[in-house]
Design a protein around this ligand. Structure first.
Ligand SMILES: Cc1cc2nc3c(=O)[nH]c(=O)nc-3n(C[C@H](O)[C@H](O)[C@H](O)COP(=O)(O)O)c2cc1C
Length: 199
């Protein structure tokens, strides 16, 4: 017997999930048990052949310092000299202190590859969505960061997943700052993106 009520609860949770930016985060630490709860959601996604390709590196506390230095250096390496701004470099160096948890998101495919690599990458995307949903249910803010220094090859090397693994940037996680109001999401109606074939 289908449970409409459960489905509605789940849909409401999906609609409630938001990406929360650094300016709205509290830098205070998160209970490690909550971080583990978020991570434990990742494997419960479809993944072709059960390859479980997701890989995460979790940076907290002083563990973020070297990451901040790396992001600053990646900004320098990836910015043409005429566009380089030392304020921007300092901004990238300091971002790691604005959220207490930074999680590098990566993918390690099976060797030899059994399926097209896009299948592995999609599984990682779904794993991150699961983490998003559990973070949201705990009242934690989370956002995927894929700005240039987050993705730069120097940052990928720092995280340390050599090819054929791939690095997809970071998600950061935090309690929202005091007084923060959880934003409402906006989406176009799904009907406009569906073609129905009935005969
Ligand atoms: C792969 C991926 C990369 C993203 N990178 C960034 C980013 O670099 N900066 C950012 O502000 N948001 C980033 N986002 C979050 C999106 O901006 C966000 O999901 C979108 O605005 C919809 O908002 P919502 O997640 O609250 O529904 C990324 C999302 C995904 C899936």
């Amino acid at each position: 017997m289908p449970s409409l009520e459960e489905a509605r609860h789940l849909l409401a949770a999906l609609e409630h999930r938001r990406s929360i930016g650094l300016k709205d985060m509290s830098p205070d630490p998160i209970d490690p048990a909550l971080i583990d709860l978020v991570l434990s959601a990742a494997p419960w996604v479809p993944n072709h052949g059960r390859t479980e390709p997701w890989r995460f590196t979790v940076y907290t506390g002083e563990g973020r310092r070297a990451l901040g230095e790396t992001l600053a250096e990646s900004y320098r390496l990836g910015t043409p000299a005429e566009g380089f701004k030392s304020e921007a470099q300092e901004d990238f160096r300091g971002r790691v202190w604005k959220a207490p948890v930074w999680i590098a998101v990566g993918m390690t495919p099976p060797s030899p590859l059994r399926f097209p690599v896009w299948e592995e990458i999609m599984a990682v995307g779904m794993a991150v969505q699961n983490m998003h949903l559990v973070a949201d249910s705990l009242g934690l803010g989370m956002r995927w960061a894929s700005w240039m220094p987050a993705l730069h090859a120097h940052t990928a090397a720092f995280v340390g997943l050599p090819a054929p693994s791939e690095h997809f940037g970071f998600v950061y996680l935090a309690h929202p700052r005091p007084g923060f109001e959880w934003p409402k999401g906006e989406r176009h109606p799904i009907a406009g993106k569906i073609r129905r074939v009935t005969d």
